[in-house]
Design a protein around this ligand. Structure first.
Ligand SMILES: Nc1ncnc2c1ncn2[C@@H]1O[C@H](COP(=O)(O)OP(=O)(O)OP(=O)(O)O)[C@@H](O)[C@H]1O
Ligand code: SF4
Ligand SMILES: [Mg+2]
Length: 339
């Protein structure tokens, strides 16, 4: 079996704040095969962006990372800066949500796409210009758009430019963090199809983040559901979307948030309560205060991922042979934080 392109081992991220550490990602293990498309879903604050930023060490200085991020066997958390710079474009690149904030307002988009090509690939200015025209064509834009400044483009066009930039150095992995949330519904669909198409044609692996499970299940091969900084369910996209085994995954799948509606993003329909404060997580299963099918011992045991069916892992006592009654109570949050 070939080794996965990306392997996260016990990845945890805490943000230091004046009120103590915010545990944003807690012990995530995930793999992504070459050419595979993995979707990551979860409500606002579940740790999706923190996870994405940790993959390329783009977190702010207040963040502390533990665990390993193995990209093609190399641990990103231990790379020197020179190596990391090269990996950020040529190994893996990231598409953020709001293109306007990521593009330089005083530089033409042609120059912005050319920059990483000249820096990371030993090519002449002329070949770089040809490559920019090609990339713009691939994202459905005319080559003369290279002379435009970001403010001269629509939101959808700016997001296309971000995609062209992410593909410029032919990375093995593209990370897309809510790449369409800021766009209107029609443009969202076009951009998603474009990303899907380009990664499939080039055999690029994709890690796509969204709060919207239905979008991810269309695009991705596998889905991971995050809750309170943990992956609570991961498996084949269709299976997780249609037959989620974790009560939170099931609630998210049936929520069908209205595409483009910020309110449904913040509060999935049919799911009572709010996500917990990461600094005051409930005991046992962190989802238990909102879980419609909780058992009486769910506030005492902290279930880890367990294979519910082959290739489909779920962190819920209900998938365990004895409903997890034989599990010793998990560590208290204070004990976990002290580790
Ligand atoms: N720089 C920071 N300092 C302190 N806490 C932070 C920081 N960035 C994020 N957090 C906290 O970490 C947790 C995870 O945030 P993150 O942005 O990763 O969530 P998300 O799943 O991407 O949410 P959304 O869907 O809203 O984008 C949240 O509780 C958030 O408030
Ligand atoms: S462990 Fe208990 S509370 Fe948590 S999701 Fe499963 S049934 Fe619900
Ligand atoms: Mg986010």
């Amino acid at each position: 079996m070939t080794s996965p392109l990306l392997r996260l081992e016990g990845l945890s991220v805490g943000y230091r704040t004046r009120d103590g550490v915010v545990p944003a990602v807690r012990g995530v293990d995930l793999t992504l095969a070459r050419g595979e498309k993995l979707g990551v879903a979860g409500e606002s604050g579940s740790g999706k962006s923190t996870l994405a930023l940790a993959l390329l060490r783009l977190l702010p200085p207040s963040a502390t990372v533990t665990g390993r991020v193995l990209l093609d066997g190399e641990d990103v958390t231990e790379m020197g800066w020179g190596r990391l710079r090269a990996v950020r474009w040529a190994g893996a690149s990231i598409i953020f949500q709001g293109a306007m904030h990521s593009l330089n307002p005083v530089q033409t988009i042609g120059d912005q796409i050319t920059e990483p090509i000249l820096r990371h690939q030993k090519v002449s200015r002329e070949s770089a210009d040809t490559r920019v025209a090609e990339l713009l064509g691939q994202v459905g834009m005319l080559p003369d758009r290279a002379r435009s400044y970001p403010h001269e483009l629509s939101g959808g066009q700016r997001q296309r430019v971000m995609i062209a930039m992410a593909l410029a150095c032919e990375p093995d992995l593209v990370i897309a963090d809510e790449p369409t949330t800021a766009l209107d519904v029609m443009v969202q669909a076009q951009i998603l199809t474009l990303i899907e198409d380009l990664v499939a044609r080039r055999g690029i692996s994709l890690l796509m983040i969204s709060h919207d499970l239905s979008v991810l299940s269309d695009v991705c091969d596998r889905l991971a559901i995050m809750y309170a900084g943990r992956v609570v369910e991961v498996g084949p996209a269709d299976e997780v979307f249609r037959q989620a085994r974790h009560p939170y995954g099931a609630a998210l799948a049936s929520a069908f948030p209205t595409v483009g509606d910020p309110a449904s993003r913040m509060r999935p329909q049919g799911l009572a309560g709010d996500p917990p404060d990461p600094q005051a997580l409930p005991s046992g299963c962190a989802f238990h205060p909102r879980c419609a099918v909780r058992l009486e011992h769910c506030d005492a045991v902290d279930p880890q991922l367990w294979p519910a069916t082959e290739g489909h892992d779920v962190a819920c006592v209900r998938v365990l042979p004895d409903d997890g009654r034989s599990l010793a109570p998990g560590p208290t949050r204070a004990e976990e934080a002290a580790r």
